[in-house]
Design a protein around this ligand. Structure first.
Ligand SMILES: [Zn+2]
Length: 355
């Protein structure tokens, strides 16, 4: 099921006010580089994260001795061109791989600016029946802003589709492991670069947004529950989300995960018990309320429909986690640790299947 996400929400936004006021997007304290226009927000010898001026969208470039990997290059033509130029500069004779974490239009928009040796994404992305619609969202966006792209707009073609958790691809000493993570979209996928302790997560655990549930809250919850298991198999510490700041420490992404569950459970409780949802607390935590109000309403509509269809029931055990959203200012570290441990216990009880 496809509901209002960044794409349709974005289009509604476009009709109201122009978000492309240059000053609005000047981010402070970021590293300005020769690859101007978009900004490198994180860099180490192996990982470079470019962040677009739009929606703080992250494009990750990974380099090892064996390969260069580009994940979800986005958004504006000049930004995509900068990423391409950077890749050309560092690539040498290494193979170029591309991963798409999912097919929301902002994540596939830069595909044809590159000539990758192999493209990886989920089987569910390959099987999407709305590919034309996704491409139309790109051309609509470009029309709205008089944007010309110096490359064709096409839906990615896969050389390698991921159909189950734990599928690996090796290039020399570099190992990439893929996990299916539906919920945000039906086709979402994460990739772990084992040697670097790095997980590139797509649109999960973004510090600037609560869960955007375009597909299923049940699948979304299962993905959040799966994350510690993915961690235990791969020991990644750093996690790069699709939007916002990278989480560079284990505790940081665990905290975001708990906040995501907290949002999900708060919304479920509100629907199941017919109680008001505490939006004031939500907007205290997430500041881009003008556009995100629409995302929240779409989530609510989707979860209400799921509830009518008995796809989930309210579990009072989830109250403990929900507290994070209700009292964001009062949560101390010791509370977080205690609640995280409780959360892990719940997971063990639920005996989630994973690989
Ligand atoms: Zn998305």
């Amino acid at each position: 099921m496809q509901s209002v996400g960044r794409c349709t929400g974005g289009r509604r936004f476009l009709n109201e006010t122009c978000p492309l006021s240059a000053k609005a997007f000047v981010a402070e304290n970021h590293i300005q580089t020769p690859y101007s226009m978009n900004t490198i927000i994180y860099r180490d010898p192996h990982i470079t994260v470019f962040q677009s001026a739009l929606f703080q969208t992250n494009s990750t470039v990974v380099q090892t001795d064996d390969m260069v990997l580009v994940v979800d290059p986005a958004w504006l033509p000049e930004e995509v061109k900068n990423i391409r130029r950077y890749v050309d500069d560092i690539r040498g004779l290494k193979p170029l791989y591309m991963v798409f974490t999912h097919a929301d239009f902002d994540h596939i928009i830069g595909y044809k600016a590159f000539n990758p040796d192999r493209v990886f994404f989920s089987k569910a992305m390959d099987e999407r029946t709305d590919k034309e619609q996704v491409l139309r969202q790109i051309t609509d966006f470009d029309q709205q802003y008089y944007i010309d792209r110096p490359y064709p707009v096409e839906f990615p073609a896969a050389d390698f589709t991921v159909f189950r958790d734990g599928v690996q691809f090796r290039s020399g000493e570099t190992k990439m492991t893929f996990y299916l993570t539906p919920g945000h979209t039906i086709d979402s996928m994460m990739v772990v670069v084992w040697q670097l302790g790095l997980c590139i997560a797509g649109d999960y655990l973004c510090d600037v947004e609560f869960p955007l549930i375009e597909h299923s809250s049940v699948a979304y919850e299962a993905t959040l529950e799966k994350l510690p298991h993915i961690h235990d198999r791969n020991w990644f510490t750093r996690l790069i989300p699709g939007h916002g700041k990278p989480a560079l420490l284990l505790n940081e992404w665990l905290k975001r995960r708990t906040e995501s569950l907290s949002y999900l459970y708060a919304l479920r409780e509100s629907i199941a018990l017919d109680l008001p949802f505490d939006e004031a607390a939500l907007w205290k935590r997430y500041k881009y309320s003008v556009i995100q109000k629409g995302f929240h309403e779409a989530n609510r509509a989707l979860l209400e429909e799921e509830y009518r269809q008995n796809l989930w029931s309210w579990n009072p055990k989830d109250r403990k986690v929900k507290r994070f959203l209700e009292q964001p200012a009062e949560v101390g570290d010791s509370d977080s640790e205690e609640d995280l441990e409780n959360l892990r216990e719940q997971q063990r009880e639920r005996d989630l299947e994973y690989l």
